[in-house]
Design a protein around this ligand. Structure first.
Ligand SMILES: O=C(O)CCC(=O)C(=O)O
Ligand SMILES: [Fe+2]
Length: 227
C-alpha cells in the first residue's frame, strides 16, 4: 500500500524547516547507504547530531505522532529517527531497495523496515526533476507532492529519485517497523479502520453494526499485530 498524506506538516512549517536545515553543514549522502545503494546514490545528508537536525527530527516526530491517518495506515511499532537529504542539479538516487534491517543509532535496537517515507520540504514548482519513482506490480509511478506532504510506501519496493536538473529538493526520509508485518493485512486493517471512522461519524459509535465492525478491527489486530 502506498499513500500520500498531503498535510503531515502545514506547508509554511515545512518551508520554514527547510530554511533552517539548508543553513546547516551537510555531508555526502552515502553515510547511511548499504553497499548496493552507495553506487546509485548521489545526494547530501544532514549529520544527525547537529542542532538543526535534532530540532527538525523532533518536529517531524511530533507531527507523525499526532497524525491519525499516518497512525492508522502505518500502525507504527518503531520509527527509525527521521533523516534529511537534499539533491541539487546532477544529483539523484538510482533504483534500489532499502535494507531490510537497520540499527537504531540511539538505542542500538534492530528495526525491520516495513515502510519507507519521504516528507517533502520543497514545493514541486521550485525544482525540476527529483520525482520519487516507486515500482509496484503494475509498473513505476512518479510522485512529486508539495512541501508538507508525506509519501508512505512499502520498503520492499524498488524506488529511485530522478536526477534534479534545476533548483533543489530538500526532504525528510525515514523507515519504520509496523506492528503488522504483512503489508496485505495492514492494508485491509487500514480500509476497515477508514470505513469504521466514516460509519461512526454518520451512525454513531453505539450503532450495532459500527460496534461489530469495531470489534472485528480489534480482533484482527489481536490476531495480526505484535505490540
Ligand atoms: O529522497 C528520497 O525521497 C528517498 C531516499 C531514499 O530512497 C533512501 O534514502 O533510501
Ligand atoms: Fe530508499
Amino acid at each position: 500500500m502506498l499513500i500520500v498524506i498531503p498535510d503531515l506538516l502545514p506547508r509554511a512549517e515545512a518551508l520554514a524547516l527547510r530554511e533552517r536545515l539548508i543553513a546547516a553543514p551537510w555531508v555526502d549522502g552515502n553515510v547511511t547507504s548499504g553497499a548496493g545503494a552507495a553506487l546509485a546514490k548521489k545526494n547530501r545528508q544532514l549529520p544527525e547530531d547537529g542542532d538543526a537536525a535534532i530540532e527538525a527530527r523532533a518536529a517531524i516526530t511530533r507531527a507523525l505522532a499526532g497524525n491519525a491517518q499516518f497512525l492508522a495506515a502505518a500502525l507504527p511499532r518503531t520509527v527509525f529517527p527521521p533523516l534529511f537529504n537534499r539533491y541539487g542539479p546532477g544529483e539523484r538516487f538510482g533504483a534500489h531497495v532499502d535494507n531490510a534491517i537497520r540499527l537504531d543509532p540511539g538505542s542500538g535496537q534492530r528495526i525491520r523496515t516495513d515502510l519507507s517515507a519521504t516528507i517533502f520540504l520543497t514545493d514541486a514548482v521550485d525544482y525540476e526533476g527529483g520525482d520519487l519513482v516507486i515500482e509496484d506490480e503494475f509498473g513505476g509511478r512518479a510522485y512529486k507532492p508539495d512541501a508538507g506532504s508525506m509519501l508512505l510506501y512499502p520498503s520492499s519496493s524498488l524506488h529511485r529519485v530522478a536526477e534534479v536538473t534545476k533548483g533543489e529538493r530538500v526532504s525528510c526520509f525515514l523507515w519504520l517497523e509496523s506492528m503488522v508485518q504483512d503489508g496485505a493485512a495492514r492494508a485491509m486493517l487500514y480500509d476497515l479502520d477508514q470505513s469504521v471512522q466514516r460509519l461512526t461519524a454518520s451512525l454513531g459509535a453505539d450503532d450495532a453494526e459500527v460496534l461489530r465492525l469495531t470489534q472485528l478491527y480489534h480482533n484482527l489486530m489481536r490476531r495480526w499485530a505484535t505490540a
